[in-house]
Design a protein around this ligand. Structure first.
Ligand code: AMP
Length: 506
């Protein structure tokens, strides 16, 4: 099999060139043939600016169909696609540009000059949210037939910087094989076909919206309704025309909070997929009660693409991320020794398979530190397999709180708190403590008008949790800080409450 990414995707829609591939909410439609033409124009344009195989193309623009064609054009030209979150500031951009040394940089029109000063060796082009700008104009001028630049399975297709909630963000090097294999596996596992229409409301600077959603749909020859962002009105307007949706948990909690979410509204839907952050079991149940759909939760990360998934047929178990995907090996080990642990025990999740990245860009030390000698990647996530082989994520390794020498898994405490009446959600963190080293602290969001107090939570937990696991303080908050992918930013909370137990310094 040809493991070059574009060849794999192209085989997925062969024979369907005249069919709809993409539609935007304003009714504009692109066929697969348009995709081939437009991505060829971008590939030729990039070559015109001197792009050689292996050169990086850094892109920080708003989501648009043109952005997607630029991605595919880059891959076809043998380039390495490097998407960047639009939220990054110029100061943050400096780091990525210096680290990745892109040949071409595509940014929002207003930033061309500034970025030009910061990356003098690169060609700087513009693309706005409507798909207009010098990048698109240059592609127009370069339109014509294009022969894909041959790439080997192990060549780089993309570099994605990790969201980096601690330390410097690192560039994960993803190969053609990594991306192609994951697209094919997901297509089969989730039974995606050319009859599917995906409601695409995710950003495309992240693995979820770019690879899990887009590559999988292309590999299946399916279509996408392409929203610039998650907008409830548009989602409810377009749902009756979709069959499939992939979202972060926040999508589902927001939909649930809206009376328009009914069985009728989703009558045409085949599947809802959730990932990128934990989906509360409560959300899973509430969604099922309201719609009859069991959300299918899966687990993945920038470095690996998707690792595990709940089954398409069979029980989709709330609070779990299902089984290892075909071809992916997952084991649970002692975080200190790396020794495999018996089923049922909590430990480090390690992954091996064709989906696992090649290493961190220009960072062989970090790469070596996160791979075991037998090739397993140490994810940094803590998890456990249950009796039937369903995997659950118990938290990030770095979230583990060690208080008075005892390990506390925040997820366990959060689940106990979330089960209390009147609680919407909670985040449990460790903060420095003069006596215990770290103290368990809970930040709790209560329902409006609920009589939740620190004392009431403490009293309720006293019956449920061992004393060492119980929070030393329970702090009430209006909401939890989250990033664009819906992940709770515990680092922000840890920073905010760092001095909660600080003793007066001399
Ligand atoms: P990212 O690299 O931004 O995709 O973040 C990957 C991380 O998100 C993983 O290492 C997990 O900590 C978390 N994650 C992804 N999917 C899930 C899930 N279904 N449940 C819990 N955590 C998840």
């Amino acid at each position: 099999m040809d493991e070059a990414l574009f060849a794999t995707l192209r085989a997925g829609f062969a024979g369907r060139e005249r069919e709809r591939f993409l539609e935007t909410p304003d009714g504009r439609v692109w066929t697969f043939s348009d995709l081939l033409d437009r991505s060829a124009a971008y590939a030729r344009m990039l070559q015109g600016f001197g792009l050689e195989p292996g050169d990086r193309v850094a892109v920080q623009v708003e989501k648009s169909p043109e952005n997607l064609f630029l991605y595919l054009g880059c891959i076809r030209a043998g380039g390495v696609y490097l998407p960047l979150n639009t939220a990054y500031t110029l100061a943050e951009l400096d780091y990525f540009l210096a680290d990745a040394e892109p040949k071409v940089v595509v940014v929002r029109p207003g930033l061309v000059e500034e970025v030009g000063k910061r990356a003098p060796a690169a060609t700087i082009l513009a693309l706005d949210e409507k798909g207009h700008g010098s990048a698109a104009t240059a592609a127009d001028a370069a339109a014509g037939p294009f022969e894909d630049v041959p790439r080997a399975a192990d060549d780089l297709a993309a570099i994605l910087y990790t969201s980096g909630t601690t330390g410097r963000s690192k560039g994960a090097m993803l190969t053609h094989r990594n991306l192609a294999s994951n697209a094919l596996v997901l297509k089969d596992y989730w039974r995606v076909t050319a009859a599917d229409v995906l409601l695409h409301a995710l950003p495309i600077y992240h693995v979820h919206g770019l690879f899990t959603a887009t590559n999988t749909m292309l590999a299946a020859g399916g279509a996408m309704l392409f929203l610039a962002k998650f907008d409830l009105d548009e989602v409810f307007r377009l749902l009756p025309r979709a069959t499939l949706m992939m979202g972060v948990p926040t999508f589902y909690t927001r939909m649930l909070a809206d009376p328009r979410l009914t069985r009728e509204a989703v009558a045409h839907m085949r599947l809802f997929v959730s990932g990128s952050a934990p989906l509360l079991a409560e959300t899973h149940r509430a969604f099922f009660e309201r719609t009859g759909h069991a959300i299918l939760e899966r687990y993945g990360m920038t470095e690996t693409g998707m690792n595990s998934s709940n089954p398409y047929e069979g029980e989709r178990r709330p609070g779990t991320v299902g089984f290892p995907l075909p071809g992916v090996a997952i084991r649970i080990t002692d975080p200190e020794t790396g020794r495999p642990l018996p089923r049922g025990e909590i430990g480090m999740i390690e992954v091996k398979g064709p989906n696992v990245f090649k290493g961190y860009w220009k960072n062989p030390e970090k790469t070596a530190a996160e791979f075991r000698p037998d090739g397993f990647f140490v994810t940094g996530d803590l998890g456990r397999f249950d009796e039937e082989g369903y995997l659950s994520i118990v938290g990030r390794g770095k979230d583990l709180v060690i208080t008075g020498g005892l390990n506390v898994y925040p997820k366990e405490v959060e689940e106990a708190i979330d089960a209390l009446p009147g609680v919407v959600e909670s985040a449990v963190i460790g903060v420095p403590h003069p006596d215990f080293g770290e103290a368990v602290v809970a930040v709790v969001v209560a329902e409006k008008g609920a009589a939740i107090t620190e004392e009431a939570v403490q009293r309720a937990l006293a019956e449920r949790l061992a004393a060492f696991k119980r929070p030393k303080r329970v702090l009430l908050a209006e909401e939890l800080p989250r990033n664009a992918m819906g992940k709770v930013q515990k680092n922000v909370l840890r920073e905010r409450w760092r001095d909660l137990f600080a003793t007066a310094r001399a």
